[in-house]
Design a protein. Sequence first.
Length: 348
Amino acid sequence: MTDPVRPAGDQAPGRTREAITRRAFAKRVAGLAGLGAAASYLAFAPEDWPLSMADATGLRSQPSVELKRLGDYRVPKPDGAFDLGVGRDVDTALRLRKALDAIGGLAHYVQPGEIVLVKPNVAFDRSPILGATSNPEIVEALVRALLVDARAAEVRVADNPIESPADCFAKSGIAAAVERAGGRVYLPDSNAFHELYTPGAVLIEQWSCFYRPLRSVDKVIGVAPVKDHNLCGASMGLKNWYGLLGGRRNQFHQDIHEIVSDLSLMMRPTLSIVDGGHILTRNGPTGGDPSDVREGQAVAVGVDPVAVDAWCYENLLERGRDYPRYLFMAEDKGSGRVDPAGRVKEIA
């Protein structure tokens, strides 16, 4: 008699099927044991062991943030040029050109086709005659010179004001000046900031920065007014970079000299321009009374921002050589030399 036909896939009971089942079971047990051991290792191994997932501090579980680092935008001065040029003239554009000529000319520092960021001080909703913000006339003259004389591809103008950005750019006259000259204003918003890494900085080694206008730029130029400051004595070129910080930056007022010297590490500008057209001699940095403002008809431009500030403090703000402490701290951090003696050329 023939054996009955079994359904497909069914096997007769016996030792063969039993052996296969035992083998698979053994493999599964071994695999589970290995996974358990691996999981135990990952969870309980010390944090500094390879592949450990231990997180006693809770810091490893936080999402990582890619840190940006600003480049060095400085350009060596040409042979025989001075570190600092001073132009004096009734006409704003002419005194700027004189100061630039004293250090080798704008075309030496900015090449055709480059993207340039100009950083004025637009911190407050003030008229330019009050001296609390950068003079729109010198901003316009600089933007036009960059586009026409140096043939820059693009000139961006940006600041992160303390008060309403749109109102500050409008009331200061800088928005209209930039538009006339052919530049582009960048206003801050919540997506315009990025964490910045500044090695050697004490207070802002890792801090939020108004980064959007800095993307892909080749050169950076600061344009600051000369004004009194009730906390650090004076606000000029170095203090101007405070306007690129985000976050709760007002906390730095408790250590104002440290933060200003830190800013000299964060930004290594191509040029530092400090304008003495409207000098705020008292009640800075906000001002508000025209009687506190003196007309200076001078501008200083230099490759050493520490020396530029020192010269302006002594000669434009007329405070003598008892310089603010942050200048010496910036010198100690390698950002420049305080004493401008023998390094200045004036063209009147």
